[in-house]
Design a protein around this ligand. Structure first.
Ligand code: PHE
Ligand code: ZN
Length: 877
C-alpha cells in the first residue's frame, strides 16, 4: 500500500538488463500455513548491457528471506540489502549462482497475483509483475530463462501438481506428501511461469500436428465440473488446426494443459504449456451457459492458445510493448471466430465493443497510445486500447498489405524473432519488408492516442461524370498530446448507383475500371479522390468492413441511410447505416420527445423483419438500437434521463407499430431439437429474443405470459436468462418468485449465479440500487471474488447508466464505498471499478461535482493502492 506518490515508469528510460539468467530451478513446499520457495539462479552479466553497476538488483515483494547464498557461500548481512521492492546483492562477480529461500503466504493473498489459493487450489498469476511475489528475480519480460520446477505437497489434498513443460515421475514421500519436477525446455520470461496444485479431474484428448507431433490435451477442473469441459476442448482443437492452416504455426510441447479456477482477475492467462483460466471461459453446458458464453469460451481458448507463438515464443521487450502480443493475438482470435461462425456478425460485435469502450477511453482522461509511453502501474494498461485498438492496428496493416503480403509479414516475424523479446517497431518492420513499403507514417497509430475523425464530402459532376470525395482528417487532443500528426488510414469505399448496385470504381489515372470496393489511403490532412465514368449520382458507402478505427462524418440524408441499409453489399455498412439513422432519431428524441420518427425508419424495420431471406443474426444486429452509454458519448453533455427516456420511447413505438411482425418473427424462429451453439441456431435465438425484448415494452399480459412460458420451458440458458432479465425489468407479480426459484435451482453453480446477480443489477426498476445493496449481503456474494464483483457492482455501474448516474449521487457513493473496501483486498479489480466514475467531465455540473467529491475522497484515503491512485489522480487532472 501507498506511502508516497507512486513514481512513473517511462519507455524512453528503457535499458537492457545488466544480468541474464540462463537457468532457474525452483522448489515449492506447499503447506496450509505458509509456502517455502527455494530458488537457484544461474546468472551472468549481459554482454549487451549499456550500464554496469557492481551490484545485482532483483525484484521481490512480500517475501520473507530465509537464506541467501552465492556460489554456495552464505551471503553475509552486509552483502545484501532488502527493501519493499527488492533485494540488492553487493559486489557480485560476472557469473555466479545465487540461491535463496523465502517464505510466502498464499492463503492470505487476496490480490490474486503471485501464488494464491482459489478455493482448495493453489494457483499462480504472474503477468505482469506477479513473479516477484514468489521469489527474488529479474522480473522483466526481456529476461528469458529455462525453468525447472519441483513441487512438493500433501498428496491427499493436492493429488495433482502442475507446472510448465514436461513432467517427471511423481515421488511418494513418507509423510503423506508427494513431489514432482516439471522441466520447460523453452526459455521464457517469468510472467509465463505457472504452478497449480489441487484435487482436480481432467478430460483428455490429443492432437497431431502437421509435422507429426502428438500432443496430449488436458483440461483440469474441480470434480463437480468434469462434464462441462467438452466445448472448451473442441474449441482448443479447432484453434490448433486453424493456426496450423492460417499461419503455419504448430504447437511445440508434448502436453498442453488448461486449468479452470474460480478466482481470477482477468479472463485467462497464456502461461507456457499451462494456461490458467477464469472458469467462466472454460465451463459450459446448455443448461448453464448462454450462446455468448459458448462463443466467449471458444474465443478465449483460442486467444490463449495463439499466444504460444504471439507472446510466448516471441515476447515483449518491455511492458510498453504489450500490444505486440495482445493486439496481434486479439486480431488472430477475432479472425478465428469469424471463420468459425458468422464473419459479418463477428465484425459488427467487435466494432460495437470498440466504439462503446475504446472510443470512450480515447476520449477520456486515461487516453493512451496503443504503445503507451509511461505508466505508474502496468496492470492499469491492460486496456481496450492496447487490446482492441491494437487489434485494429494489426488489421489495418493487413488491409494495406493484402492477405498474401500480410502472411509473408507474419512468416518473417516468426522467422526473424523466434525466441526473442521484441518491440512493436520490430513487428511493423516485418510488415514493411514483406509488403515492400514504408510504414513510417503508419507507426503513428502506435504512438498517438485519440480517435481520428474523417470529415468527408462528395460532389457529383453530371457533365463530367465524375464523383469527387474530399477527405479531411483530424484527431482531437488527448492528455499530454495536444497536437497530432496525420495518420495513414486505409479507407475502404464503394459507390452505389440509383438501384443500389455497386459501381466498378475507376480513379483518375486508372486505365481499367477497378473493383467495386477500393482501399483509399488517407495520409494528408486533406485529400481528394476523383472517380471517373460515374454514370449517375452515387451514394457512397464509406469505411466498409470498418477498415480503420476512426469516426466518419458524412452528411447523409435519412433517405440515403435507408437506401444503404437496404442495398449496401457490405454487411457491416448496412448495419452501420441503420445505427447512424437510429442514433440520429434517438438524439432528436432526447432533445424533443415530440419530434417525429420518420415513417421510413419504421418501414425499414418492418421490411427487415419480413425479409425471410436475410441472416437472422445480422438482422438482430441491425434491429438493436445503440446503447444508452454510446448515445451519451455522442452528446456534448450526457443527458442521462433524456437518453433513457428516448430509447424506451423508440423501442415502445417500434414494438407497437410492428407487433404483428415481431410476433411472427418470435414464432418462426423457434429453435427446436438438441441445443447447439452453431451460428445458425445462435442467430435465430438472438433474433427471437430481440423480438421478445421489443414486445415486452408493450406491458401486455399475453406477452408477459409468453415470456414466463419461455422462462419455464427452460431448455437452454440463453432463452431462460433473456426471459428472466426482461421480467426483472418490470413490476410483474411473478418476478420475485421466479428470481427466488432461479436462485434455489442454481445455488451451487457460481457462474450461473453471476448471471443472476447481473440481471438484477441491470434492471430498469427504480429501486435497483437498493436491491443491489441488499445483494451485497447475500450469502452467494463475495467481494473477494472478481467475477462476483463484476457481475453485481460492475454490471450496475456500467450496464445501468440511468440508475448509476441517479441525480442524487447515491450510485457514485455506492461505487466509491465499494472501491475503498475492495482496494484493501484486490487493487487491480478496485482500479477497474473506479474507472467507471472517471468520465465525470461528460456530465452536467451537478453530477460532475458529485463524482469529483467521491474521487477526491478516494484519493485522500490513506493507504490507497498505486493502481487506484493512478486512475483517480489522472482523472482529476
Ligand atoms: N495475458 C492475458 C491475456 O490476454 C491477460 C492477463 C493479463 C491475465 C494479466 C492475467 C493478468 O490473454
Ligand atoms: Zn492475451
Amino acid at each position: 500500500m501507498l506511502r508516497d506518490t507512486p513514481s512513473t515508469v517511462y519507455l524512453k528510460d528503457y535499458l537492457p538488463p545488466e544480468f541474464l539468467i540462463d537457468q532457474v530451478m525452483l522448489w515449492f513446499d506447499l503447506d496450509e500455513t505458509e509456502t517455502r520457495v527455494r530458488s537457484r539462479l544461474e546468472l551472468r552479466r549481459n554482454p549487451a548491457a549499456q550500464s554496469r553497476s557492481p551490484d545485482l538488483r532483483l525484484h521481490g515483494e512480500q517475501l520473507e528471506l530465509i537464506s541467501l547464498s552465492l556460489d554456495g557461500q552464505p551471503v553475509a548481512p552486509a552483502g545484501y540489502l532488502q527493501d519493499d521492492e527488492g533485494l540488492t546483492v553487493r559486489q557480485v562477480p560476472d557469473q555466479f549462482v545465487l540461491e535463496s529461500e523465502v517464505r510466502i503466504l498464499p492463503q492470505q493473498n487476496t490480490a490474486l497475483e503471485g501464488l494464491y489459493k482459489s478455493g482448495g487450489l493453489f494457483c499462480t498469476q504472474c503477468e505482469a509483475e506477479g513473479f516477484r511475489k514468489i521469489t527474488w528475480y529479474l522480473d522483466r519480460p526481456d529476461v528469458m530463462s529455462r525453468f525447472t520446477t519441483t513441487i512438493c505437497a500433501d498428496k491427499q489434498r493436492y493429488p495433482v501438481l502442475l507446472s510448465n513443460g514436461n513432467p517427471s515421475d511423481t515421488v511418494e514421500l513418507e509423510d503423506g506428501r508427494h513431489r514432482i519436477t516439471w522441466t520447460d525446455p523453452f526459455p521464457k520470461p517469468a510472467y509465463l511461469f505457472a504452478l497449480v496444485a489441487g484435487d482436480l479431474r481432467a478430460i483428455e484428448d490429443s492432437h497431431t500436428t502437421p509435422s507429426g507431433r502428438e500432443v496430449t490435451l488436458r483440461i483440469y477442473v474441480e470434480p463437480e465440473n468434469i462434464d462441462k469441459c467438452d466445448h472448451a476442448m473442441a474449441s482448443l482443437k479447432r484453434a490448433m488446426a486453424w493456426d496450423e492452416q492460417q499461419y503455419g504455426r504448430e504447437y511445440d510441447l508434448d502436453i498442453y494443459m488448461i486449468v479452470a479456477v474460480n478466482d481470477f482477475n482477468m479472463g485467462a492467462m497464456e502461461n507456457k504449456g499451462l494456461n490458467i483460466f477464469n472458469s467462466k471461459f472454460v465451463l459450459a453446458s446448455p443448461a448453464t451457459a448462454t450462446d455468448r458464453d459458448f462463443q466467449g469460451i471458444e474465443s478465449v481458448i483460442a486467444h490463449e492458445y495463439f499466444h504460444n507463438w504471439t507472446g510466448n515464443r516471441i515476447t515483449c521487450r518491455d511492458w510498453f510493448q504489450l500490444s505486440l502480443k495482445e493486439g496481434l493475438t486479439v486480431f488472430r482470435d477475432q479472425e478465428f471466430s469469424a471463420d468459425m461462425g458468422s464473419r459479418g456478425v463477428k465484425r459488427i460485435e467487435d466494432v460495437r465493443l470498440l466504439r462503446a469502450h475504446q472510443f470512450a477511453e480515447d476520449a477520456g482522461p486515461m487516453a493512451h497510445p496503443v504503445r503507451p509511453d509511461s505508466y505508474m502501474e502496468i496492470n492499469n494498461f491492460y486496456t481496450v486500447t492496447v487490446y482492441e485498438k491494437g487489434a485494429e492496428v494489426v488489421r489495418m496493416q493487413a488491409n494495406l498489405l493484402g492477405p498474401e503480403a500480410f502472411r509473408g509479414g507474419t512468416d518473417l516475424y516468426f522467422e526473424r524473432f523466434d525466441g526473442q523479446a521484441v518491440t512493436t517497431d520490430d513487428f511493423v518492420q516485418c510488415m514493411a519488408d514483406a509488403g515492400q513499403r514504408d510504414l513510417g507514417q503508419f507507426k503513428r497509430w502506435y504512438s498517438q492516442a485519440g480517435t481520428p475523425e474523417l470529415t468527408i464530402q462528395g460532389v457529383y459532376d453530371a457533365a463530367q461524370q465524375t464523383y469527387t470525395l474530399t477527405v479531411e482528417q483530424h484527431c482531437p487532443a488527448t492528455p499530454g498530446q495536444p497536437d497530432k500528426e496525420p495518420f495513414l488510414i486505409p479507407l475502404a469505399v464503394g459507390l452505389l448507383d440509383d438501384r443500389g448496385t455497386d459501381l466498378a470504381l475507376r480513379l483518375a489515372g486508372d486505365s481499367d475500371p477497378g473493383p467495386t470496393t477500393r482501399m483509399l489511403e488517407i495520409s494528408e490532412p486533406r485529400q481528394q479522390f476523383v472517380f471517373e465514368q460515374v454514370p449517375v449520382a452515387p451514394v457512397p458507402s464509406l469505411l466498409r468492413g470498418f477498415s480503420a478505427p476512426v469516426k466518419v462524418r458524412f452528411d447523409y440524408s435519412n433517405e440515403q441511410l435507408m437506401f444503404l441499409m437496404a442495398h449496401d453489399s457490405d454487411g457491416f455498412s448496412r448495419w452501420d447505416a441503420a445505427q447512424t439513422l437510429a442514433q440520429r432519431i434517438l438524439l432528436q428524441l432526447v432533445d424533443d420527445p415530440d419530434s417525429l420518427v420518420p415513417e421510413g425508419f419504421v418501414q425499414a424495420f418492418r421490411q427487415a423483419l419480413q425479409d425471410s431471406a436475410s441472416d437472422p443474426a445480422l438482422l438482430a444486429e441491425v434491429l438493436t438500437l445503440p446503447a444508452e452509454s454510446y448515445l451519451g458519448d455522442q452528446m456534448a453533455e450526457v443527458d442521462v434521463e433524456g437518453i433513457h427516456r428516448a430509447r424506451e420511447q423508440l423501442k415502445t413505438l417500434l414494438a407497437s407499430e410492428l407487433k404483428t411482425e415481431l410476433l411472427a418473427v418470435y414464432r418462426d424462429n423457434e429453435v427446436t431439437g438438441e441445443y447447439r451453439p452453431d451460428a445458425d441456431a445462435i442467430g435465430r435465438r438472438s433474433l427471437r429474443n430481440l423480438a421478445l425484448g421489443y414486445l415486452m415494452q408493450l406491458e401486455d399480459q399475453a406477452i408477459q405470459a409468453l415470456c414466463i412460458a419461455q422462462y419455464r420451458a427452460g431448455n437452454n440458458m440463453t432463452d431462460v436468462i433473456t426471459a428472466l432479465s426482461l421480467l426483472a425489468d418490470r413490476d410483474i407479480p411473478e418476478t420475485a418468485e421466479l428470481l427466488e426459484g432461479f436462485y434455489q435451482q442454481w445455488r451451487d453453480d457460481p457462474l450461473v449465479l453471476d448471471k443472476w446477480f447481473s440481471l438484477q443489477a441491470m434492471s430498469k426498476r427504480p429501486d435497483t440500487l437498493e436491491r443491489v445493496k441488499g445483494l451485497l449481503d447475500h450469502p452467494a456474494f463475495s467481494i473477494a471474488n472478481p467475477n462476483k464483483v463484476r457481475s453485481l457492482i460492475g454490471a450496475f455501474c456500467s450496464g445501468n447508466p440511468v440508475r448509476f448516474h441517479a441525480a442524487d449521487g447515491a450510485g457514485y457513493r455506492f461505487l466509491s464505498d465499494r472501491v475503498l473496501e475492495l482496494d484493501q483486498l484486490n487493487p487491480q479489480v478496485a482500479a477497474r471499478m473506479v474507472r467507471l466514475m472517471t468520465r465525470w467531465q461528460r456530465y452536467d455540473p451537478a453530477r460532475q461535482r458529485l463524482m469529483q467529491t467521491q474521487l477526491e475522497r478516494i484519493l485522500h484515503t490513506s493507504g490507497v493502492s498505486r493502481d487506484v491512485y493512478e486512475i483517480v489522480s489522472k482523472s482529476l487532472e
